[in-house]
Design a protein. Structure first.
Length: 71
């Protein structure tokens, strides 16, 4: 989880994120961030995600749990 938090902080262009942070609350949240998350899930975790799944996950932890459930 720690590595995932670091990766998400990089995507969201902040120093750090917390697992309870809402994905859509970040200033850098946009279509490019969504594509970066999709690429991260595919390259690092071997999981395919679609945009709506990311939005529906709501939080960083929700997104992490989604990726883990698809492994």
């Amino acid at each position: 989880m720690e590595n995932f938090l670091e990766q998400m902080a990089e995507i969201m262009e902040v120093d750090s994120v917390k697992k309870e942070d809402a994905i859509q609350s970040f200033e850098a949240w946009d279509s490019l961030a969504t594509l970066s998350i999709i690429a991260l899930a595919d390259e690092e975790y071997g999981v395919s995600l679609v945009n709506q799944e990311i939005i529906d996950s709501n939080t960083i932890e929700g997104l992490y749990n989604l990726i883990q459930s698809k492994k």
